[in-house]
Design a protein around this ligand. Structure first.
Ligand code: SF4
Ligand code: SF4
Length: 360
């Protein structure tokens, strides 16, 4: 296992992290715990969950597994999140989380899922930062972190505020172009950096033909997708949501075989990406200046999933709702002015795709 610094916290975290959002059967507690213990035995020490994963059951499973790790003297750090903003609501949430997780303090506590800078401003006005700072003074959390779905300049703006010690954000071979700017802030502010969704929500393993640019001969697309992240020198952890022991074994084996590329080699790999992602939105956000304030990259991300995963319309709605807090009908605000299509780096038929989404 490779360990890297989590920013300037003094903590060394495993480059392969455990995400608690994809257990195959959360009600099979023994199997979930067994997978987590095997991960810890394999050197994983960063374990990430959230109250929304399986309606708090993920945190409960984590609590049992962490207790077992303590019994076995296996070191770990636990990360979780809150979507609450007011003092009272956060206090109620963390009290329940500490019980479920069966710990006295949470190592990395995240302000959960900043999707727009407006939403971030609203949460600050409700006093979220004051409460987080107090929680830290009281020893209930060890580090103040944020999870974000912002892209381009917006994620850089959020992180450069200088209030966080680390960030959790989506970064993969599918969307790396849109998130690269986060690393400018990560370096400037010396933040811990945790990448979530390294397999692009299943799109990467489902379509290896599009991701030849990251692969070496004899390597599986999952190994290649993980290596693509691990090669990024500024990344502290790449989180994988393991369904069970088989997924874990594959990732641990990829780590064992891992042979880093040089920075120049990685830059060359990224250069090659353009053509192979044809027809897909890469989330570059060059179109993100719609006069109707339509967050086009988010709608196009959901459409990617429809294209590549044979999504039904209800899945498309769920992706919009759960990932981006959007509804299909708002795609109908488009006046078809055509401005976005002129700037789209992938030359996508954005207007046509928005029309489709509006109609579902
Ligand atoms: S075509 Fe529609 S989505 Fe594109 S910029 Fe104009 S109004 Fe916005
Ligand atoms: S629609 Fe085009 S310009 Fe907009 S984010 Fe996607 S690829 Fe980039």
């Amino acid at each position: 296992m490779i360990y890297r610094d989590y920013g300037v916290t003094g903590k060394k975290v495993s480059l392969l992290g455990f995400g608690g959002m994809r257990f195959a059967n959360i009600d099979n507690t023994d199997e979930c715990i067994r997978t987590m213990i095997k991960a810890a035995e394999g050197g994983v020490n960063y374990f990430d969950t959230a109250p929304g994963y399986f309606e708090t059951k993920s945190e409960t499973v984590f609590g049992k597994a962490l207790a077992e790790m303590r019994r076995k003297n296996l070191p770990y750090y636990v990360a979780t999140k809150t979507f609450k903003s007011t003092n009272d609501a956060i206090r109620r949430e963390i009290e329940a989380q500490l019980k479920r997780l069966d710990v006295d303090a949470i190592d990395f506590y995240h302000i959960w899922s900043i999707i727009t800078l407006e939403n971030w401003d609203a949460r600050k006005k409700e006093g979220i930062l004051t409460t987080f700072r107090k929680l830290k003074e009281e020893g209930l959390i060890r580090h103040i972190c944020v999870s974000s779905h912002l892209i381009q300049d917006k994620i850089e703006t959020l992180l450069k505020e200088g209030v966080f010690e680390g960030v959790l954000f989506g970064y993969s071979a599918l969307n790396f172009k849109t998130r690269e700017k986060a690393f400018d802030a990560i370096r400037a502010k010396k933040l811990g950096a945790v990448a979530m969704n390294p397999l692009g929500g299943g799109l990467i393993p489902g379509h290896p033909e599009l991701f030849g640019f990251i692969m070496r001969p004899g390597e599986s697309v999952v190994e290649a997708a993980l290596r693509f992240l691990w090669d990024h020198r500024d990344l502290s952890v790449a989180l994988v949501g393991f369904r069970g022991e088989q997924d874990l074994a594959e990732a641990l084996s990829a780590m064992e075989k891992y042979q880093p590329r040089t920075e120049a080699e990685l830059a060359a790999v990224k250069e090659k990406a353009g053509d192979s992602l044809e027809g897909l939105c890469t989330g570059c956000a060059y179109c993100d200046d719609c006069p109707q304030d339509i967050p086009i990259p988010y709608y196009m991300d959901a459409y990617n999933h429809k294209l590549l995963k044979d999504y039904g319309n209800s899945d498309l709605k769920d992706r919009l709702n759960w990932q981006w807090n959007l509804v299909p009908k708002d795609a109908g605000k488009c006046t078809e002015c055509g401005q976005c299509e002129k700037t789209c780096t992938q030359h996508l038929p954005i207007v046509e795709r928005l029309k489709y989404i509006k109609g579902i």
